[in-house]
Ligand binder design. Structure first.
Ligand SMILES: [Cu+2]
Length: 119
């Protein structure tokens, strides 16, 4: 019984070590959470790396919104009570405007932010 317990502990340690090696060899992709509410995105400056896939996770604090980054041809609806995920890898460096593309009220036209893409 003692030997068996020792074996199980050894197996667990081996599994942990294997897991640690996986984490080191493939860092998890970045995830950035963004809250949309009338009439702002928080945060409204998102720093990304060119060529590195990123997942943006959007939630809405009030009404249906949209996220659109025309320079990268990506968009998604943002629905209250849901998480909208958008995964892409920016292919150019610079500052690019993103905006809400679903009419959400009187401040909608000014609801935007910046994708700050670095090398
Ligand atoms: Cu809007």
């Amino acid at each position: 019984m003692i030997d068996r317990r020792r074996f199980i502990a050894g197996a667990a340690a081996t599994a942990l070590a294997a897991g640690a090696a996986r984490v080191l060899s493939a860092a998890p992709e970045p995830v950035i959470r963004v809250t949309a509410r009338r009439f702002v995105f928080l945060p409204n400056v998102l720093t990304l790396k060119r060529g590195v896939p990123v997942t943006l996770e959007f939630t809405s604090a009030d009404v249906v919104m949209g996220f659109s980054a025309p320079d990268f041809n990506v968009r998604t609806d943002i629905i209250p009570g849901q998480v909208s995920r958008l995964r892409f890898a920016p292919d150019k460096v610079g500052d690019f405007t993103f905006l809400c593309d679903v009419f959400c009220g009187d401040g909608h036209e000014g609801m935007n932010g910046t994708l700050h893409v670095v090398a």
